[in-house]
Design a protein around this ligand. Structure first.
Ligand code: N01
Length: 540
């Protein structure tokens, strides 16, 4: 690698992160003849799938869909054992991609980026690492992930706990054996719901501390049917091409045509029952056109799921506590589970409703709730989520023009143009940043689509002998406004979700993902390019 007089290493593009986004960025930009390098905090590739190793961790998008689409050969070569990939399988796949496309030689592992500063005189980013290295490059890509900053709540007394505690998003690589232990799990989002049935299989006693009940549907996971796999692989070219015309970037689900309120209760329940048996969240949300836009329509689906919970969980009080009633179904990430509700029928598993009776403190011996009850525990699992969408970037001291930090810029909530760039931060790109549809889509599709857009933008700038690209403040403001208008036309803002920043005390409550659909987002990106990068300003 070349160095400047100060000893800093020089690149064309510095990439932060070697999860699926960072890996594809290396591949794509290298193909465009650029000198790139990714810096990764973990000791291997994989991002989310490297860190989240909790028992039961599994993707909620089907494995034949949740994969890179840039290589038809890769599509045909890889075989998934199950309908939904588990963490180990997906990590193996991502590692295979890194090896097959020789990506590792441009990755530096075990390296955390601490700062990134734009120099207005040279139009270069200077990035520093936690081991004292300095790297400079005209372009910087934040492939830092949306759910990559685990957060444990600040509960009084945690330091005094004599047992062990874990966070699902930072799970020990050697695994955890809960056999014979008394375990407490705090949090019932996707991570909690997926891990609870597995922990229950080992633990002597399991207490689940639930603040908010969530909607979970059966994944109906199982071995992948070889006939289905062969058919899907034969259809890959059309399916991959078709994904771009769908809201979630997943083809193969016929879009709904009717309102839930247009049909009889019998017909509706029969449809919901069929979707429940089929498994999967997209299929369920696609039952009717208005499940995410009309509260009345949504109530029919929400009540169907509540009745399912009541029919599965034998203890009526526990069943009622597990019934979500503070948000419409689908406005928080819909969870896919295997045997979650059934777990509460086991005699050694108990739900503790901390909405009614909050955790007062963690003691030497376990958890004490506000009513004075003590739960003696050997281990506590925090399944309490992440500082989503903005957390990872705010952990790096990113300074744009005039020394303004990303923390200053986003103090009232994130502002971006297309979720790809931020006004005031020239030549810095984000892969699936806030106000992009990333987290509301088949994530690998969105990562690729964003990286392709970024790679084209960089080529456009370089081809014109320009040295700086940045969105105009006007374009950014109007995209943020559009994002809010789209969100407000749906039921999404009714939920206290991580989409809203609601899970982090003090975080601005702004609906962050773009929910207008991947199809509309991609059309917008294409228009922007066709109009000469409309909304972006370029200079020499
Ligand atoms: O985190 P979450 P997650 N005291 O934020 C509770 C993706 N993902 O790691 O709802 C007590 O959803 C909190 O309660 P409340 C997926 O996109 C995907 O589970 O804030 N409880 C909630 O129950 C997912 O949406 C997969 O009241 C506290 C839980 O902790 C996203 O990651 C698998 C608390 C956090 O739920 C995040 O999921 C796993 C406190 N102080 C994750 N603070 C799949 O692909 C928080 N909670 C399937």
């Amino acid at each position: 690698m070349s160095r400047d007089v100060s000893g800093a290493e020089n690149l064309d593009v510095v990439i932060i992160g070697a999860g699926v986004a960072g890996l594809y960025a290396i591949h794509k930009l290298r193909q465009n003849g650029l000198k790139v390098r990714a810096y990764e905090q973990g000791s291997d590739v994989g991002g989310t799938w490297y860190w989240n190793r909790y028992p039961g961790c599994r993707c909620d998008v089907e494995s034949l869909e949740y994969s890179f689409s840039f290589s038809p050969e890769l599509d045909q070569e890889w075989s998934w054992p199950e309908r939904y990939g588990n963490q180990g399988e997906i990590l193996k796949y991502v590692q295979h991609v890194a090896d097959r496309f020789d990506l590792r030689r441009d990755i530096q592992f075990d390296t955390r980026i601490t700062s990134a500063t734009f120099d207005e005189a040279t139009n270069r980013w200077t990035v520093t690492t936690d081991n004292g290295q300095t790297i400079t490059a005209p372009y910087c890509i934040m492939a830092t992930g949306n759910l990559s900053t685990p957060r444990k709540p600040d509960i009084k007394g945690i330091d005094s706990f004599r047992g062990k505690w874990y966070h699902t998003g930072l799970w020990p690589h050697e695994g955890v054996d809960f056999t014979g232990l008394r375990v407490g799990v705090i949090g019932t989002g996707s991570s909690g719901v997926q891990s609870i049935p597995h922990i229950a299989k080992q633990a002597r006693q399991l207490f689940v501390f639930q603040r908010t009940a969530n909607f979970s549907l059966p994944a109906q996971n199982g071995p992948l049917d070889p006939v289905k796999e062969a058919r899907h692989k034969a259809e890959y070219p059309e399916r991959r091409a078709g994904a771009v015309n769908t809201p979630f970037a997943i083809a193969g689900y016929p879009p709904p045509t009717k309102s839930a309120l247009e049909v009889s209760a019998e017909e509706r329940n029969a449809t919901y029952e069929r979707k429940w048996q089929e498994g999967g969240s997209i299929s369920f949300l696609y039952a009717y056109t208005d499940l995410l836009t009309s509260k009345e329509a949504n109530d029919t689906a929400s009540e169907f799921v509540r009745n399912k919970i009541r029919s599965i969980v034998k203890d009526a009080e526990t069943a009622e506590a597990l019934c979500p009633n503070d948000h419409p179904m689908g406005t928080k990430r819909l969870i896919l589970d295997t045997g979650y509700y059934e777990t509460y029928n086991l005699p050694h598993v108990k739900l503790v409703n901390i909405r009614k009776n909050p955790i007062a403190e963690i003691t030497e011996w376990g958890i004490r709730t506000a009513d004075g009850q003590s739960f003696e525990l050997d281990a506590i699992v925090f399944a309490t989520g992440f500082d989503a969408m903005t957390g990872a970037m705010k952990e790096i001291e990113i300074k744009g023009r005039g020394g303004v930090t990303i923390g200053d810029k986003w103090k009232d909530g994130p502002q971006t143009y297309l979720g790809v760039m931020v006004a005031g931060f020239p030549n810095m790109f984000m892969v699936t940043g806030p106000q992009s549809p990333g987290v509301k889509s088949q994530m690998i599709f969105s990562c690729q689509q964003h990286v392709d857009f970024i790679a084209d933008a960089i080529r456009h700038v370089r081809d014109r002998q320009m040295r700086r690209i940045e969105p105009s403040r006007m374009a950014e403001m109007s995209w943020v406004q559009h994002n809010n208008e789209v969100a407000n036309s749906t039921l999404y803002p009714l939920a206290n979700s991580w989409y809203m920043g609601a899970n982090i005390p003090g975080k601005p409550r702004i609906f962050m993902p773009y929910v207008g659909g991947v199809n509309n987002y991609v059309k917008k990106c294409e228009e922007v390019v066709a109009n000469g990068y409309e909304g972006f300003e370029m200079s020499a």
